[in-house]
Design a protein around this ligand. Sequence first.
Ligand code: AP5
Length: 218
Amino acid sequence: MRIILLGPPGVGKGTQAQRLARERGLAAISTGDMLRDHRRRGTRLGREAQRYMDSGALVPDDLILGMVEERFREPDVAAGFVLDGFPRNVEQAKAFDTLVGLRGWMLDRAILLEAPQAAIVERISGRRTCRACDRPYHVKFDPPPAAGRCACGGEIHQREDDREAAVAERARVYERETSPLISYYERVKLLARAPATGTPDAVYAALATLLGGAACAR
Ligand code: AP5
């Protein structure tokens, strides 16, 4: 199975991608997580990406495409994948078409997660993230351990780009750059819409119904 998760910042793509990957044996490919990993390791790519990410802008396509091409060479991707945060504009979508085409693969679905703006704002403003492994928590819906440390031992913090100014810019960038992908995938009849309201379990159940196969218990 090869899936793209689409949707505005904070709608819950990462949360669902992780679970789909775990329960369906897919590679979870999050370009945001990959970039944050580069930043932690202090690579040249990480340093170049930092100023774009902190302000809520998109990292230039050539950097992203190089990183994704490298990831696609890893063996786990052949068993299927769920993409979270990529493609992010029409140029990236075309490059992705080429990348999968060269391997003789087909995309199964691009799934748009939809939730009311108020829910998205509440999710993103309450998000806390592990500095070490990127696991997302939420102050209300999925509180971090009382000790302020992730299960992996990492420090829990608020992402730079989850602060107000960057969140507003990310929402603008989504509308301008990423939302055209909705019609891009509609045209080739690969778009599906999934309600992302309710608990993470409820959203996962909706995705499971859409993709076929029952929602497994965690
Ligand atoms: P990225 O990390 O991809 O950020 P994003 O798309 O803005 O998405 P988020 O991680 O903010 O949200 P999400 O939808 O995954 O929600 P989550 O599951 O965490 O990108 C960051 C930056 O990297 C970009 O701005 C850009 O600079 C750069 N970048 C990345 N990819 C790029 C690309 N391809 N091209 C160019 N630049 C790129 O959930 C949010 C919160 O809500 C969490 O706290 C979670 O616990 C909670 N939650 C989730 N689901 C629910 C639910 N159903 N009910 C209640 N709470 C919930």
